[in-house]
Design a protein around this ligand. Structure first.
Ligand SMILES: [Zn+2]
Length: 258
């Protein structure tokens, strides 16, 4: 990702942003990003703010001569590579030095999870939530934070902030996106012997009552259109939805590829 000041400066140079270059990507900056994109994208009204943000970064990188693919607001492989190139430039790395310095910037496949994340249950850190959640099995209990793997924490924090920004607390509650059904939990996969991704604290479950394990998109609540931005936000951070990928366990998102 590009830092907020860089984005604000670029938007100011286009005449789209008149506010302070203060590194606070608030409503005014988000609006400016949307305005700057309007001419080229007729469907932009349907784009969520995080998608506009990625699109404006793609446009900035392209203008700087870094090939980032189409300006579509989707963080595909080409955009991820472009972000790396951008960081390389900031750090003044030669291409060879950059190659050595690069860490994989996407989450590992499930089979590579132990090597990437370590022993089950280790390297956990607390994630502070930007909105209160309720325990799905005891709705009177409110939680403000939970334990998650430290390598998945930052992306989850961005996703929760994006969810808060997109829906607002009322809709979050109405849609049951505040119903927390667990992250870290060392156990076997349901119906299998291999360890669940929850064992590493890299999977989160939401609202199991309306999204039971075996329900497909015909019944699972999370498969509905109101939940598409929610899942888009997780996917934009490299997480995957088992519902979208496999059409079961719609309650579950994870920081590991299949
Ligand atoms: Zn799960």
């Amino acid at each position: 990702m590009l830092d907020d000041r860089t984005v604000q400066r670029a938007l100011a140079a286009k005449g789209a942003y008149k506010g302070a270059i203060d590194g606070a990507y608030g409503e005014a900056t988000a609006r400016a990003a949307r305005c700057a994109l309007i001419g080229d994208h007729h469907d932009i009204a349907a784009w969520i703010d995080p998608r506009c943000r990625i699109a404006i970064e793609q446009a900035i990188m392209a203008a700087a001569g870094i090939e980032s693919g189409p300006v579509d607001g989707l963080a595909g492989p080409q955009t991820r590579i472009a972000w790396e190139r951008w960081q390389d430039r900031l750090r003044g790395l030669t291409p060879r030095a950059a190659e050595i310095a690069h860490q994989p910037d996407v989450f590992p496949r499930q089979k590579d999870v132990p090597g990437f994340y370590g022993e089950p249950g280790t390297h956990q850190a607390m994630l502070d939530l930007p909105f209160p959640m309720r325990l799905a099995w005891d709705k009177g209990t409110v939680i403000r934070r939970f334990a998650i793997h430290e390598k998945a924490r930052e992306s989850a924090a961005r996703a929760f902030a994006g969810i808060r920004a997109h829906y607002g607390e009322d809709a979050i509650r109405r849609l049951g996106l505040d119903l927390f059904a667990g992250c870290l939990n060392i156990r076997a996969m349901r119906g299998g012997k291999a360890l669940s991704m929850h064992s590493w604290g890299i999977a989160i479950d939401f609202d199991p009552e309306h999204n039971p394990l075996r329900w497909g998109r015909d019944k699972a609540r999370m498969a509905g259109p109101d939940y598409a931005p929610f899942l888009d936000i997780w996917e934009s951070e490299g997480w995957i939805s088992l519902g979208r990928e496999r059409n079961y366990d719609w309650m579950h998102v994870q920081a590991a590829r299949l």
